[in-house]
Design a protein around this ligand. Structure first.
Ligand SMILES: C[S@@+](CC[C@H](N)C(=O)[O-])C[C@H]1O[C@@H](n2cnc3c(N)ncnc32)[C@H](O)[C@@H]1O
Length: 213
């Protein structure tokens, strides 16, 4: 089995996860050990799981406010389960349609004794919440213009999108102009996190969603 470099970047990990590092390491270990055979991650991922996936997800933690945060298409747990580990003060609703990924998320949240996680097996567009969310995250689910119909309707009036994106984020925002208007997303901006600290920066599109009048 490939070694998982959970000791890499210890100062960064400490600043992001504080006293939750043991739980974060345990999750990284489990994902590295079982992720490939369970079809959760590709064969190249275990050696770079910690620096490229876990810390790149954890770095979003300071953007979250105490309240209810949804993560769409959580898959193996990125970023939703990682954020649930490092932000026990926030309640997370993880929305994922694939049965084996949901089973993994349920097992991991039980093993890590996370009491701040609700897991919904569903496609985001089919979810109807009695209590809308304060913020919604997503990573590697789809381009912004198709991601907006999956995420914005789950937010309360004044709720915030916090969407992880790649280097083509500006082009994605430009081609989502119509959907940004349709879903009344204002104050759209990109935060670049982890510069000079992580191997790869994390780009996050943020925007506030107003209810339709
Ligand atoms: C490429 S994976 C990314 C998983 C994880 N977010 C990550 O960064 O590793 C995309 C995930 O989105 C989920 N997904 C696809 N369409 C979805 C939808 N309509 N609603 C919710 N999740 C969806 C898939 O099942 C899959 O787990």
């Amino acid at each position: 089995m490939t070694e998982i470099l959970v000791e890499a970047e210890p100062a960064v990990a400490a600043s992001l996860a504080g006293d939750r590092i043991p739980e974060l390491r345990r999750f990284a270990h489990n994902l590295g050990r079982f992720g490939e055979e369970r079809g959760l991650i590709g064969p190249l991922e275990p050696p770079r799981l910690w620096s490229r996936h876990i810390l790149n997800s954890a770095i979003m933690a300071p953007l979250l406010r105490p309240g209810r945060v949804g993560d769409i298409g959580t898959g193996a747990g990125l970023p939703g389960l990682v954020l649930a580990i490092v932000r026990p003060d926030v309640h997370f609703v993880l929305i994922e349609p694939m049965e084996r990924r949901v089973a993994w998320l349920e097992e991991q949240s039980a093993e890590l004794e996370l009491s701040n996680v609700t897991i919904l097996r569903a496609r985001a567009e089919d979810v109807r919440l009695d209590d809308p969310l304060d913020q919604v995250t997503a990573r590697a689910v789809s381009a912004l213009r198709t991601l907006l119909p999956l995420t914005a309707p789950l937010l309360r009036d004044g709720g915030e999108l916090v969407l992880m994106k790649g280097a083509s984020v500006d082009a994605e925002i430009a081609s989502a102009e119509k959907q940004l208007r349709k879903y009344r997303v204002s104050d759209v901006r990109v935060d670049v996190l982890g510069e000079g600290v992580l191997d790869d920066v994390t780009r996050v599109v943020r925007g506030t969603v107003r209810a339709r009048g």
